[in-house]
Design a protein around this ligand. Structure first.
Ligand code: AMP
Ligand code: MG
Length: 526
């Protein structure tokens, strides 16, 4: 394996002098050296060939024993010193103190085609940041991270990537619903990749500990390597850095809203400093268009991280990052200005994105109302988000909305309704009203039906990783069958394409999945 390795994180940032592996508080350091725990009987389940190539692994490399050994923690890449990163975070609104890579171990930084990638194993054993937990991951959560992060990439959503999914060969004890029923599950390891896995919490930990020196070192490092367009080591540069993180975060959340993704645990330790979707845990995809929905059962009561509030939470998290950066800037006004801009930009960007989803490009005073009315309708009649927007591109400008109680005008989108029999009376009235406004509005646009459809189908995916789909892959893998994993991985590579033969994945969630654990209800247990 000929990889170009350049470990700047360990070369340029302060390390924990303690090299023994036991849980502890680690001060004045960005990371602790720690090696992955060897696994007895590892087995590769899947490789993302695209990612392997991007890192510089050849086809031959990925088929070698050495590759399996590296991605399951049994062999180190030459001349590397693996480490776990130290970070803190606000969890569910409260400062949680030191967290850190409790079950992630960074192997190395790889350079390929002028791009830097940090390669990390998730689930390969305890680190100094594991607290009382085991540092392991189970198959269920690993399949979910593996499939979803690659699916998000192909959807055009900023995200960390995945290189491989493996079984560790060990059994791991988990209490899925936290109700006193622990059971053994298959252990697994995801090798995942990002330019850097630094999070908001990586900066917060130093501010919380009033360690301005380490804070500055880390911010300077981040700007140098990942925000190289920004001036280094000046207050103006630090403000520009915060502005850029804010813009990237907003951009990411708009993409989430576009494809119907709910992260589920937007704690500040799960917010990438590069505005990437990171740490796939109890995430979910909207099926019925319900902005209050969250898949995370741990958050079922307050719904802090519900779909429709993700942008507000993004802002709240940025405020925590602003507080962390404050010691380097010592002026609140420019930071507040960035946060205010986030708010105003969000409203405009959200409207622009939703308009694009329905195929509108020009500006009209009625646009905001049109989108709000659509969202009300989608909620009022349980409507599948993905199917509705995908099918909407088939509607022709020439469609006519009948006067009488006739639902035939909904023919193009009718597959999206969970209870089509509810489309009568008031519900039907609202849909007639909306389609009337929408068709009027379409007449003001210049695109032909064909042109509009082409554009809409590039931003309204046909295939997303519905909550139950991952579960079907997991259940199959549990009994040794990789076929669903392979199939989903390949379908989700081309989410905007019509794929003959794969229509079965373009259907509403089956009723059995409505309340099944793992499909609509997920916990943080992983
Ligand atoms: P998460 O909810 O996955 O973002 O994790 C929150 C924190 O808990 C992070 O510091 C993780 O490293 C840590 N953590 C989660 N699961 C485990 C585990 N099984 N072993 C050790 N640390 C864990
Ligand atoms: Mg996390």
């Amino acid at each position: 394996m000929k990889l170009q390795i350049d470990d700047t994180f360990v070369k340029e940032l302060p390390s924990d002098p303690e090299e023994r592996n036991f849980p502890r508080q680690v001060a004045e350091a960005c990371y602790s050296f720690v090696k992955p725990t060897k696994t007895k009987n590892p087995q590769l389940l899947h490789i993302s060939k695209d990612m392997a190539k991007k890192l510089g692994f050849t086809e031959e490399d990925t088929q070698s024993q050495a590759f399996l050994n590296v991605v399951t923690g049994n062999e180190l890449l030459p001349n590397t010193t693996p480490y776990a990163m130290c970070y803190g975070g606000h969890q569910f609104g409260h400062w949680a103190g030191q967290l850190g890579d409790g079950r992630a171990i960074n192997l190395a930084e790889i350079i390929k085609d002028d791009k830097r990638w940090q390669l990390q194993l998730k689930g390969s054993g305890a680190t100094p940041y594991s607290r009382t937990a085991d540092g392991l991951a189970v198959l269920r959560s690993s399949v979910r991270e593996y499939l979803c992060s690659e699916a998000m990439y192909h959807l055009g959503v900023p995200t960390t990537r995945a290189l491989s999914l493996s079984l560790s060969g060990e059994e791991v004890l988990r209490d899925v619903l936290y109700n006193g029923n622990p059971a053994y599950e298959k252990g697994a390891i995801v090798a995942r990749v990002a330019p850097t896995f630094l999070r908001f919490g990586s900066f917060e930990i130093f501010a919380a500990r009033q360690d301005k020196k380490s804070l500055k070192t880390l911010v300077d490092y981040t700007i140098k390597h990942f925000y190289s367009e920004i001036e280094q080591e000046t207050k103006a540069g630090y403000i520009a850095f915060f502005r850029s993180v804010s813009e990237k975060t907003l951009n990411m959340i708009i993409h989430w809203q576009r494809v119907g993704f709910v992260h589920g645990v937007m704690n500040t330790d799960n917010m990438s400093i590069l505005g990437l979707t990171i740490d796939y845990g109890p995430y979910g995809w909207l099926e019925g268009y319900d902005k209050r929905w969250t898949p995370n059962t741990t958050d079922a009561e307050h719904k802090r991280y519900q779909f429709g509030k993700q942008s507000n939470i993004g802002l709240w998290n940025l405020l925590k990052l602003a507080n962390a950066l404050y010691p380097l800037i010592e002026d609140a006004d420019p930071l507040e200005e960035v946060l205010n801009d986030y708010k105003t930009q969000y409203a405009g960007k959200y409207l622009g994105m939703m308009k694009a989803k329905v195929g509108l490009e020009l500006n009209d005073d009625s646009d905001l109302k049109l989108i709000q009315q659509l969202e009300d309708n989608l909620r009022r009649t349980e409507t599948d988000m993905t199917i509705f927007f995908r099918l909407l591109s088939n509607v022709s400008k020439g469609l006519e909305v009948p006067e009488k109680d006739d639902v035939s005008f909904l023919a193009d989108v009718k597959e999206a309704f969970y209870q089509p029999e509810e489309l009568k009376g008031e519900a039907l009235f609202f849909w007639k009203d909306w389609f009337g406004l929408y068709l009027n509005r379409l007449h003001k646009e210049t695109d032909t039906d064909e042109e509009r459809k082409l554009k809409m189908d590039k931003i309204n995916p046909k295939y997303v990783l519905r909550n139950y789909m991952a579960q079907v892959a997991i259940d199959a893998l549990d009994s040794g069958d990789k076929s669903v994993l392979n199939e989903l991985f390949s379908v989700l590579k081309n989410p905007y394409d019509e794929q003959s033969g794969n229509e079965k994945w373009f259907v509403k969630r089956p009723e059995w999945a409505r309340t099944k654990v793992g499909c609509s209800m997920l916990s943080c247990s992983s």
